[in-house]
Design a protein around this ligand. Structure first.
Ligand SMILES: Cc1cc2nc3c(=O)[nH]c(=O)nc-3n(C[C@H](O)[C@H](O)[C@H](O)COP(=O)(O)OP(=O)(O)OC[C@H]3O[C@@H](n4cnc5c(N)ncnc54)[C@H](O)[C@@H]3O)c2cc1C
Length: 394
């Protein structure tokens, strides 16, 4: 791969240096990593790696991380206040241009609130639900780039937002599973990609951009894809190969979530292959941060998929779950320091939003797009017309 100049070395140093600490911390919270019988951590190859370094918890690593983190937050009831269904819709700055809080919107009561804060951390995730280039996505419904929009209006520096990651193996059959992620671990365990002739057409563990391009070319240019009953193009991912290589029952044991997900539709992926095509997976760029998760606005921090610079323009597998924890922790530590050392915020202001709106008017832009979007509306027009209070075009 060509050198990626948008990747910031100081962020990679933070990521790699903090990695052992994060793994140790997760273990101490009770996370169940995949291990050998003698207690050693299992490590595997992912696409584009020269060393085995992927840690996992079945095929539900993210869910397992969230299980222990959520418990930890709940166990500290009283110290951590959680507001559900109340997204941030705008950042608030003070008269010196420092972060001073956010405007929140209660989705149930439809009321707005002002949350004052001397430190604000943006960690709103990626932009998969914008369905860039019309691709389905692996992302949850809230992945609509809200953090990027709010930061942009506050004048925060952004980077590499034109760079998007498509995961090569998104399900395309059955229709209910379209866009669903088929984890890289499947190929890590030995499953190959096959065209309609049963031929292997690329090495299965290329980086995601290369692998995705191979699949798209095989379907759209070479014409050796498989077409589903609804007209989607894809290739086979031969999961039964895994049991042949590692013994009967491996698919069920190593990939329990995917096994159940397909079994619901009477498809046994240890016996029949899956049909896949690339799916929109990850926002490579985002809010520009330094190694302490600080943005260009004082008191404003950012961490996770919404931030750019850690992975450059092409993330390698497995690095995001590490990224969110390394920079989430760093953002938290720095935010505490900032709060202790800074004076109370000055006069609260939404002047940056007014300025942004004036610039939009001046440029004559009126595209009717609502932003931040919060949640996309998938209802077709005729259904939307019947929805109460749904004036939005989005
Ligand atoms: C199916 C799937 C599997 C993956 N597997 C792996 C893996 O094995 N290894 C790996 O390294 N990476 C993996 N990734 C990538 C990784 O999970 C994500 O990049 C990571 O979870 C992003 O975490 P985050 O905290 O930045 O954002 P998220 O987990 O997306 O969390 C953002 C949160 O912010 C909330 N939010 C959004 N907008 C607002 C707003 N305006 N106000 C308030 N809250 C808001 C959202 O509701 C959400 O709760 C996977 C991704 C997917 C989709």
């Amino acid at each position: 791969m060509a050198a990626d100049t948008s990747q910031q070395p100081e962020l990679i140093a933070a990521l790699t240096n903090d990695a052992p600490l994060i793994i140790h911390w997760l273990e101490s919270l009770g996370m169940m990593f995949d291990k050998h019988p003698d207690g050693r951590m299992k490590v595997r190859h992912g696409g584009g790696t020269c060393r085995k370094r992927m840690h996992s918890a079945g095929d539900m690593t993210g869910a397992e991380i969230m299980r222990v983190l959520r418990d930890e937050a709940r166990n500290r009831t009283g110290k951590i206040k959680i507001l559900e269904f109340t997204p941030a819709v705008e950042l608030i700055l003070d008269d010196k241009g420092n972060a001073a809080g956010a405007v929140l919107y209660n989705l149930e009561t439809k009321e707005y609130y002002v949350a004052r804060a001397r430190a604000v951390v943006i960690a709103t995730g990626g932009f998969g639900r914008l369905h860039i280039q019309g691709f389905p996505t692996t992302n949850h419904y809230g992945a609509t780039a809200d953090g990027v929009v709010m930061a942009y209006r506050a004048g925060v520096a952004l980077q590499d937002l034109d760079s998007t990651q498509y995961h090569p193996t998104g399900a395309i059959f059955p229709e209910q599973n379209v866009g669903l992620l088929i984890t890289e671990k499947v190929r890590g365990l030995g499953a190959q990609l096959l065209n309609i002739e049963g031929e292997q057409f690329c090495f299965p563990l290329e980086p995601r951009d290369v692998e995705s391009a191979c699949v798209i070319r095989e379907c759209m240019e070479i014409g050796k894809g498989i077409i589903t009953p609804t007209g989607r193009h894809g290739v086979w991912l031969d999961s039964p190969m895994i049991d042949m290589l590692h013994g009967e029952g491996t698919v069920r044991k190593e990939l329990p979530a995917k096994f159940i997900q397909f079994k619901r539709y009477d498809i046994d992926i240890s016996k029949v292959p899956m049909l896949i095509y690339p799916t929109l997976h990850y926002q490579n760029g985002g809010i520009r941060i330094n190694e302490w998760a600080e943005t260009s606005v004082k008191g404003l921090f950012s961490a996770g998929e919404v931030a750019g610079g850690v992975h450059g323009r092409n993330r390698l597998m497995g690095n995001s779950l590490l990224d969110v924890l390394v920079f989430g922790r760093r953002a938290g530590l720095r935010a505490i320091e900032h709060v202790k050392s800074s004076k109370a915020a000055g006069k609260l202001s939404l002047g940056h939003v007014e300025k942004f709106n004036k610039e939009i008017d001046k440029a004559g832009i009126d595209n009717g797009i609502q932003s931040p979007l919060i949640l996309p509306n998938y209802a077709p027009d005729h259904v939307r017309a019947r929805q109460i209070g749904q004036g939005s075009k989005n």
